[in-house]
Design a protein around this ligand. Structure first.
Ligand code: ADP
Ligand code: MG
Length: 309
């Protein structure tokens, strides 16, 4: 059987920095990304794709905000579902045009979190548009939003970032994989949902980290490899200092030590390293963090950072 690999795409795979977020620009980025994915498939991997949605959900929230007097704004879970739909569409079409013999399917994915997750007591993840202090105070009063000042750029809403516990559509995903389809799932970290005492699910206003959700997905589908693709060539220690040093192969113990020493920033490299460590701890063979452009050579052991048991 083909080796299964979960590939987590970062922001740059869908929306290149510095250009307007038009459909054309996003399609162009997705088409380029799909060339890399196609190379993995040609190597014999069964690829499962997941992706971030930060800029896209931010823009949908802004559209909702601007049009609020015309169309009722949608809550965050519904906006997340929208991004899974349109990003999935772009990948489906681009993959299909690149490898017509492969059947591609996106799964709108809910991810269960605990209502008791401590993250709900301290929201940390900034989302959506920037506001003035006056607007921010109004949103705190009227909508109970938690607003923080974001490094001199204005005020932003922050939401909790709870731990992913279970992928609700796991069976659907496994069935599609067993039928040899290319599956896109858990986009944006999945739509966070909680279960009530009667077992019913409902969406919550939160954002699950996409790299941690990717690890959950990889474990659930028994993937041998987890690959997190981003905009840096590898993981570094002493990042951004003259002592910066990129890492090649890392044992779990080395990774955990560097982590304890504070080398990986929360909100960017931190969750990627945590996801890589969890994957290997949970029995996965190899986790790789690499740049999108070096994906194939990282897969062959010639680029990126590899986490092994
Ligand atoms: P993505 O959209 O792929 O999730 P992020 O911006 O969240 O991208 O994370 C990638 C960024 O992490 C890099 O662009 C880099 O600036 C930053 N980073 C922080 N710490 C490190 C580190 N120790 N090594 C490498 N990159 C790091
Ligand atoms: Mg990120």
């Amino acid at each position: 059987m083909n080796k299964r690999i979960v590939v987590a795409l970062g922001g740059n795979a869908i929306q290149p920095p510095g250009v307007p977020a038009t459909a054309e620009n996003q399609f162009a980025a997705v088409r380029a990304t799909c060339q890399h994915l196609a190379e993995m498939i040609r190597l014999g991997y069964q690829v499962i794709v997941t992706h971030g949605n930060g800029p896209q959900v931010g823009n949908i929230l802004l559209q909702n905000e601007e049009a609020r007097d015309v169309v009722p704004p949608m809550p965050l879970d519904v906006c997340g579902a929208q991004t899974q739909g349109f990003i999935g569409y772009m990948i489906q079409q681009s993959m299909g045009n690149t490898l017509p013999e492969v059947t591609v399917a996106s799964v709108v994915t809910q991810v269960e979190v605990s209502p008791l997750d401590p993250a709900f007591d301290r929201p940390t993840k900034p989302i959506g548009p920037f506001y003035t202090q006056h607007e921010a105070e109004k949103l705190e009063r009227e909508k109970d939003f938690v607003m923080v000042e974001d490094s001199g750029r204005g005020w932003r809403r922050v939401v909790p970032s709870p731990t992913p516990l279970a992928i609700v559509e796991k069976e659907a995903i496994s069935t599609l994989l067993a039928a040899n389809m290319l599956v896109i799932a858990s986009g944006g970290g999945g739509i966070p949902v909680v279960r009530d005492s009667e077992g019913r699910l409902s969406g919550v206003e939160a954002v699950i980290d996409k790299d941690l959700a990717a690890e959950k997905l990889a474990a659930d589908v028994d993937a041998q490899e987890l690959m997190i693709l981003t905009d840096v060539d590898a993981v570094a220690i002493n990042w951004g200092t003259p002592q910066q040093e990129f890492l090649g192969e890392l044992s779990l113990q080395q990774a955990r030590n560097f982590q304890r020493q504070g080398h990986f920033k929360a909100g960017s490299m931190g969750p990627k390293v945590e996801a890589a460590c969890r994957f290997v701890e949970n029995g996965g063979e190899t986790a790789i963090i690499a740049s999108l452009s070096s994906a194939l050579s990282a897969l062959q052991g010639n680029a990126g950072t590899r986490f092994v048991g």
